[in-house]
Structures are given as structure tokens and as C-alpha cells.
Design a protein around this ligand. Structure first.
Ligand SMILES: *Cc1c(COP(=O)(O)O)cnc(C)c1O
Length: 637
């Protein structure tokens, strides 16, 4: 500890502590001034933007925290990276087909995001994937490139099929992917009515598994996709109706965030064999769609840990290309166009959630009396003995004793055999002992499992102005990790060990697991609060988090800032979108704010009649309520 205080703290140490150069993919770093900077064009780009400067400008424009900042140029860079990876994979293998991607809208449905993807992806003829009618509307209205694919997945009713077929007729490159046998008769019947030959795909259910959180969506048990028998039946139906030329694409989707490259390879091989089978049956084919699953290295460890991946995008692309090529060459058939539906890998990096810390609750080691009162409960006396007898050599034993006596005093309290004061004294001594135990063991290489939780129990609580449920729902739902760190003050050593709590009153509304190169950390090193605002960023939150956020505690959408660089490399605020007001959030839950105000008004009126408040006060009360309804749902300063 002493030595730590003497050595200087550098930005490089901060970068290492938070792993920003491991997970940042060159887009995020710490400047020599100790601020987090964004390099929207990647590490080789010459432009860097301080997040703190963006926040200052937002404050000037009256946009409060929390804010989701989206960097359009990161999106552009990620698309370039995906295409360059596939293009070099194709070149190096001498593959005789092209790559063309589509963006699955469900990964981030926000209008600005999908619009940007279409605009930035135009030079690659990048397409869109829709999984429902509403998403189909988004795709059909935004895509204006007849080369770009519009892939239709998901349940399809007559209306969805008609929308797809009519869009095909007006010039969109629509492929209807058949997910289950019952869809074919409906599609054939609608196509006959509308006099159009559909472009069809078939989704295969593979035996290969993804091995990730979403393992169930691929594999034999997946709810979508057809097994080999169903595919053969489909082929027979198509042949009967002279429609084998309509079947153009084989699709599969193993699941998202596939962390192990071996799973990717096994699936590609299995799917390629199915592809060959379809060609041999006489289907037109020409496209193989490998779905999503390209993972993001959230913790920067480059391993097959759930929040990481043990491969790079170029390696993924090369393995997909080679996997398809080997099987096709072996069978002597033409190389198909390769399609992928990478969502997470395209949009994760471009979204950063910034929030301020409202206050902290520090763990203060309790002081204990030097003498115990006479006739004190025996358990209190025992705890005091623990405290006096604690040495670095008997920590584990003293830990067991302290926990035992603390539990025992609680039992006695329940039976009326210990007073409230005795219980309080016992707990004070207990925490004093625990605090000392933690200080002895915390820097040890090996901490016994049973004591690992002590760090979290003694951590400082930092209250952040955000909602986990709204802005990082996967952190709560599936324990996904996102890198979280201060966006400034990196020239200072962070001296606190903290757990983050959000402003919902839900006990799950917290972050107490953090990324680490080895396994995970249970506390996050943070700086001591001073008089200035303290800002944290949650990074890589551009995929899935906005789409499935819920209205926990009626905290709604956050403010959004859409940033892009102009021709001169200057930051431009392309769009600011105010988050939900209280009225909006209430209306989602079907409340009528006029009715609510009417009720408040009549209560206030009665209060005036009964002389509890003045008429003037009534006016102020109503103003306060009305302003509150127009306001932001988060904490406003
Ligand atoms: C969700 C989904 C994707 C996106 O997967 P990522 O892992 O985010 O790339 C692609 N295709 C289908 C069919 C999906 O359901």
C-alpha cells in the first residue's frame, strides 16, 4: 500500500486497469490528459474526440445525463472491416464467389441507426434482414438498392408474404426464407395470385451447436428451421410445381455471440453439405447465408469466455470462405455468393452510454468500544475475543468464528434472548473484524472461495444516473458483461473499489460483475467523488440493448446524441433525440395524463376549500405536477 502511494499513476496504468486497449478495438483510448477519447475512424484514423467535450456541449444544449452517444463513423469503420475481412478471405483462397452482408434489424431498430447502415453500406450493396412485418416495413422503405438483399425471416402470415411479393415486383431484391413446412403452400398460393415468381430460401436446422448463451436458437431443438426430412419434402413440393428454380438460398443461424471458432467451422461444414445436397436435387441456389453469431470481444481477453471470442473478424471470414469452398470443390459445384447477417459485430462498438454519479455510499469501518458493558451477551463477548485475537495467521479461523457468533446473536435476538443494543454492538464488532480480515487477505494471490465475496460486501456503492433494465438489459437478464469505466480523471489513481447501483429501486438494478482478462472482477476501481461531476461510460452497448430495454420503474428511453465527422473531420451533431418524458412513459403503460391531472386538481381544490393550502399554493402545486410530466424520467440537476 505504502509503495503504491509513492509511485506515480500514469494513463498507461489506467488503460491497463480498465482494459480499454484490449476491448476498444482501436476506437477507444485514454489521452495523455487522462480523458477517454474516441477515434471514430479507428486507430489508424487521425481524429480523436474527447467524450468529455461532447458532454460539455450537451450540457450547453440542455440535454441531461444519461445520454446514449452513437458514433456513425464507427459504424462505417465496422462495415469496412467486415467487408475487407471477407474480401481478403475470398482473395487469398481464390474463392470464385462474392460476399454480401445484410443487417438484422432486430439488433438495433432505431431509425437513425438503420438509416446510417443503409447509407454507409451502399457501396457494398449491404442489405437488411427482417424478422417481422414491422421490420419488413423498415427494410422495404429504407433500401433503395436493387442489388442489396432484403432477407425475410420469422413467422410469415398472408399479409407478410404479400408485402414481400409485392416489394419484389416493384424492384426490391426480396428473399423469403421458409422457416417451417407450413409456409410453403401459403407462399405458392399468394405468388400464383400475384403472378410473381418468388425468390425462396430455406432455413436449415443444424445439428451443430453454437455453445453460447443463445444455444437453443440453433441446433436440433431450435424453434426455427427445417430438418433434413422437411427439406427433402420441400424439394419434392417445389419440383411438383416446377419451382425448383425459385429456391436460391440456404440459411442457418446458430445463435448470437459464438465465442469458439470451432463451432463456426463445424456449422459451415454441415451447412455446406446441405447446400451441395440442394444443388444436386436441382434447386437453382447460388447463395449461402451463414446467419449471425460473429461475436464481440467485450472483455478484450480473446478467449472462449462468454463475453469474449477466441478469433478475429478476418479469421472468421477466412474460415467461412474456406469451409464453403472445401465442400463445394469436393463436390465439384460452383462457389455460391456468401451472405452473413452480422448484427452484434456491426453495431456494438458505435454506442456508448454516458451517465453521471449522483452520490456514493462508502463503507466506513466501524469503530468498536474498548470495553464491553457488564453482563453483555456471551456472543458479543465472543466476537470481541475474535477481534482481539485476529492475526494474519488465523484469518480463516477467525472468519468462521465471527460469522458463527454473528448468526448466533441473530437467533438469540429472534427468541428475545438478546437486546436490540446487544445485536447492534455485535454487528458493529463483526464488521470491524471483517474489514480487518479483508485488509489482510485482499492483496494475497490466493483468496479462499468463501471469502471472495468480502470485497463486494465492503465495496463502496456508487449510484449512477441510469437504469440497467433500460440501457443494459442483458447485464441483468443474462449476466452479460460490458466494459464500464470513468471517462476522465485517468491521471489520478482510482482509490475506491466500487459496485454500481442504478436509480431504479430494484435490488437487481446494479452492476457488480466487471470485465477482467482473467475471469471477472467483482468491484470496479473508481475515483473518489469531488465537487465536480463524475462521469462513467458503458461501452459496446450498440447491439440489442436499446431494442429490448424495458420500462422498469417507468424510467424510459435516454437522450440520444448522434455524432458524425464532417468532410473536415470536425465533429457534427447529426441528431439529438430527447429521451422519454414522464408523460410519454406513462402513456406506454396506458395512463392518461389528463385524467391524472384532473384528479390532482380536484384534490388540490378540496385542500383549498378545507383551508389546508392557499389558492396560490394550489397554483404552484399544479405547476409542479405539470412540469414534472413534461420532464425527463431520469435524475435532473
Ligand atoms: C438475431 C439474428 C441475427 C443476428 O445475430 P448476431 O449474432 O447479432 O450477428 C442474425 N440472423 C438471425 C436469423 C437472427 O435471428
Amino acid at each position: 500500500m505504502k509503495q503504491e502511494a509513492l509511485t506515480r499513476w500514469t494513463c498507461d496504468q489506467a488503460a491497463e486497469l480498465y482494459g480499454i486497449r484490449n476491448w476498444g478495438s482501436g476506437y477507444f483510448d485514454i489521452s495523455p490528459d487522462g480523458d477517454v477519447v474516441v477515434r471514430p475512424r479507428g486507430k489508424d484514423g487521425d481524429i480523436s474526440v474527447r467524450i468529455l467535450d461532447l458532454i460539455k456541449e450537451l450540457r450547453d444544449r440542455n440535454l441531461d445525463m444519461p445520454v446514449m452517444i452513437r458514433f456513425a463513423d464507427i459504424l462505417a469503420s465496422q462495415l469496412d472491416y467486415l467487408y475487407h475481412s471477407f474480401e481478403s478471405g475470398i482473395r487469398e483462397a481464390n474463392y470464385r464467389g462474392i460476399y454480401r452482408g445484410v443487417f438484422p434489424i432486430k439488433v438495433n431498430q432505431q431509425c437513425d441507426v438503420v438509416t446510417d447502415i443503409v447509407r454507409l453500406g451502399r457501396k457494398y450493396n449491404h442489405g437488411l434482414e427482417a424478422g417481422s412485418k414491422a421490420e419488413f416495413f423498415v427494410a422495404a422503405s429504407l433500401l433503395d438498392d436493387p442489388e442489396a438483399l432484403l432477407i425475410c425471416n420469422g413467422y410469415k402470415d398472408e399479409e407478410y408474404i404479400d408485402l414481400a411479393l409485392r416489394s419484389l415486383k416493384i424492384g426490391l431484391n426480396v428473399v423469403l426464407v421458409i422457416e417451417m413446412p407450413s409456409e410453403l403452400p401459403l407462399i405458392m398460393e399468394r405468388a400464383r395470385r400475384l403472378k410473381v415468381r418468388p425468390n425462396l430460401g430455406v432455413r436449415a436446422k443444424l445439428a451443430s451447436r453454437s455453445g453460447g448463451h443463445w444455444d437453443d436458437s440453433g441446433g436440433d431443438r431450435g424453434k426455427f428451421g427445417m430438418d433434413s426430412t422437411q427439406i427433402c419434402t420441400l424439394i419434392d413440393r417445389l419440383r411438383e410445381h416446377n419451382m425448383l428454380d425459385c429456391l436460391q438460398l440456404l440459411h442457418y443461424h446458430l445463435g448470437s455471440q459464438i465465442v469458439d471458432i470451432r463451432r463456426v467451422r463445424n456449422a459451415v461444414r454441415e451447412a455446406s453439405r446441405i447446400y451441395v445436397g440442394l444443388v444436386r436435387e436441382g434447386a437453382a441456389m447460388g447463395k449461402i447465408n451463414v446467419g449471425g453469431g460473429l461475436a464481440v470481444d467485450y472483455d478484450g481477453s480473446h478467449t472462449n469466455f462468454a463475453s469474449s471470442r477466441n478469433y478475429s473478424t478476418p479469421e472468421y471470414a477466412a474460415d467461412v470462405v474456406e469451409g464453403i469452398m472445401n465442400v463445394c470443390d469436393d463436390a465439384g459445384i460452383e462457389h455460391p455468393m456468401i451472405v452473413s447477417e452480422s448484427g452484434r459485430a456491426t453495431v456494438s462498438h458505435h454506442g456508448v452510454l454516458v451517465f453521471n454519479i449522483l452520490h456514493t455510499r462508502k463503507f466506513e469501518p466501524p469503530g468498536i468500544p474498548s470495553e464491553l458493558p457488564e453482563d453483555c451477551n456471551e456472543m458479543v463477548v465472543n466476537l470481541m475475543e475474535c477481534s482481539k485475537g485476529l492475526t494474519p495467521r488465523n484469518v480463516q479461523e477467525m472468519y468462521h468464528d465471527a460469522v458463527y457468533y454473528r448468526d448466533e446473536i441473530r437467533v438469540r435476538f429472534l427468541h428475545g434472548d438478546a437486546s436490540l443494543r446487544e445485536r447492534s454492538l455485535a454487528e458493529t464488532i463483526f464488521w470491524h473484524v471483517i474489514y480487518r480480515i479483508w485488509n489482510i487477505i485482499k492483496n494475497q494471490k490466493y483468496i479462499p472461495d468463501e471469502m471472495e465475496g468480502l470485497g463486494t460486501a465492503l465495496a463502496d456503492l456508487y449510484y449512477g444516473n441510469f437504469s440497467v433494465f433500460q440501457s443494459m438489459p442483458d447485464a441483468w437478464a443474462i449476466d452479460q458483461l460490458f466494459p464500464v469505466m470513468p471517462i476522465h480523471r485517468h491521471k489520478e489513481r482510482p482509490k475506491q473499489q466500487a459496485v454500481l447501483a442504478d436509480i431504479t429501486c430494484d435490488s437487481d438494478g446494479k452492476l457488480d460483475t466487471f470485465i477482467d482478462l482473467h475471469d471477472v472482477k467483482h468491484t470496479l476501481p473508481l475515483h473518489t467523488l469531488n465537487d465536480d461531476e463524475y462521469y462513467l461510460g458503458a461501452f459496446l452497448v450498440g447491439a440489442y440493448q436499446e431494442a429490448i430495454g424495458d420500462m422498469h420503474n417507468l424510467l424510459g428511453n435516454t437522450n440520444v446524441l448522434h455524432v458524425r465527422l464532417d468532410e473536415n473531420g470536425q465533429v457534427e451533431f447529426a441528431n439529438e433525440i430527447a429521451g422519454d418524458s414522464v408523460t410519454e412513459v406513462l402513456s406506454y403503460a396506458e395512463y392518461n395524463c389528463r385524467d391524472m391531472m384532473r384528479r390532482i386538481r380536484s384534490m388540490a381544490e378540496s385542500a383549498v376549500k378545507e383551508g389546508r393550502i392557499s389558492g396560490k399554493e394550489k397554483g404552484r402545486t399544479l405547476k409542479t405536477f405539470e412540469a414534472g410530466l413534461r420532464g425527463y424520467t431520469y435524475f435532473e440537476r
